[in-house]
Design a protein around this ligand. Structure first.
Ligand code: ZN
Ligand code: ZN
Length: 353
């Protein structure tokens, strides 16, 4: 089969590699749609721990089952599935709680752990074999482009669930209008927020406009606003937001997110997932503000099923986030278009056929 291969950090090519097979407990999937995201750049640069090169990347993808390994039930040949990237070992304490994203045996394949597209080959290829536990059958009205969003919608949903969801009528701020932030806007709406405020920068102008189309009541362009904390207060009866969800990935965005919450409010920091960023915050903002501040990384087992249902019911629309479709063979063009943010790229869907 053909696959995108990172032979070593900093290099990629499209190469013919041996076809994978469905081992025990596995499914062999014909990949139909795969997107790339900022995390793929970390893998490319050798900045993601646990990746062994040469490596086939791709962790946001969907496809069709073509072979079922021994010991697998609940799937049929031809089922279309979305893939949940984190597959925990299943036996450690965190996995027992369903928190595959926190597995204590990360990267230990012999223990049954797999992080698809990271510690095991991913979906930027014609075929991919995955543990059956990673596959979530798509409702009939969804296609494999939705499958490529199964995990991503799950990540956005989990950020809310970390903070106990949204109570009907709450005012919610989303910081960072990338793909995850734009999904979060729709999830906040679906969960009953009264006001959704989206915060971005000049570079995000088009994305802020899209956020409004997807249900945001207000957008704030930080490049134009001297005091964003005050701007949020002005939009929230002078109090600050009940819930702030941050998907921007910078320390500055995290600090602002904490300052945008009301007394006793909740803040979910979900953007900066790599080590090395330091947060400079007046502690009294958290302590005297009586804030609940949550970190959130990836998503736990099974949330993907609910992510699929949100898409099926039209509560989350991924179509406006897919700005480009390209054949897998044009991976190089997709890579440049995405990382240079050409043509307002948000998500580029790559198709092996
Ligand atoms: Zn990703
Ligand atoms: Zn585990």
């Amino acid at each position: 089969m053909l696959a995108v291969v990172f032979p070593k950090p900093g290099e990629f090519n499209i190469a013919a590699v041996p076809d994978p097979v469905a081992g025990s407990g596995q499914l062999l999937v014909r990949v139909k749609a795969t997107t790339i995201c900022a995390t793929d750049l970390k893998v490319f640069r050798g900045q993601f721990p646990g990746v062994v090169y040469p490596h086939i990347p791709g962790h946001e993808w969907g496809g069709e089952i073509i072979e079922i390994g021994t010991g697998v039930s609940g799937f049929r040949i031809g089922d279309k599935v979305g893939v949940e990237a984190h597959v925990g070992c299943g036996s450690c304490q965190r996995c027992a709680e369903g928190l595959y994203n926190l597995c204590e045996n990360y990267g230990i394949l012999e223990m049954g752990h797999a992080h698809i597209g990271f510690t095991v080959p991913g979906g930027l290829a014609e075929l991919c074999s995955i543990p059956a536990r990673a596959a979530y059958i798509l409702p009939a009205s969804l296609d494999c482009d939705h499958g490529a969003f199964t995990d991503t919608v799950g990540i956005a949903l989990w950020a809310f669930e970390r903070a106990g969801g949204v109570q009907a009528g709450e005012k919610v701020v989303i910081v960072g209008p990338g793909a995850l932030g734009l999904l979060a806007v729709q999830i906040a709406r679906a969960l009953g927020a009264s006001d959704v405020i989206v915060v971005g920068l000049d570079a995000d102008i088009e994305r802020l406009a899209l956020a409004k189309k997807l249900g945001a009541d207000h957008t704030l362009n930080l490049s134009e606003i001297a005091d964003p904390i005050r701007a949020v207060r002005d939009l929230t009866s002078g109090r600050g937001a009940d819930l702030v969800v941050e998907f921007a990935g910078s320390a500055e965005a995290a600090r602002q997110s904490i300052e945008m919450a009301r007394r006793g409010g909740r803040v979910v920091l979900a953007g900066a997932t790599s080590p090395g960023r330091r947060l400079d915050v007046d502690l009294s903002t958290i302590v005297r503000g009586h804030l609940n501040v949550f970190g959130s990384v990836a998503n736990p087992r099974g949330i993907s099923q609910r992510a699929n249902l949100l898409m099926q019911k039209g509560l989350v629309d991924i179509r406006p986030l897919i700005t480009h479709h390209m054949p897998l063979m044009e991976f190089a063009r997709a890579w440049d278009t995405f990382f240079d943010r050409r043509e307002n790229a948000i998500r580029i869907m790559l198709h092996p056929d």
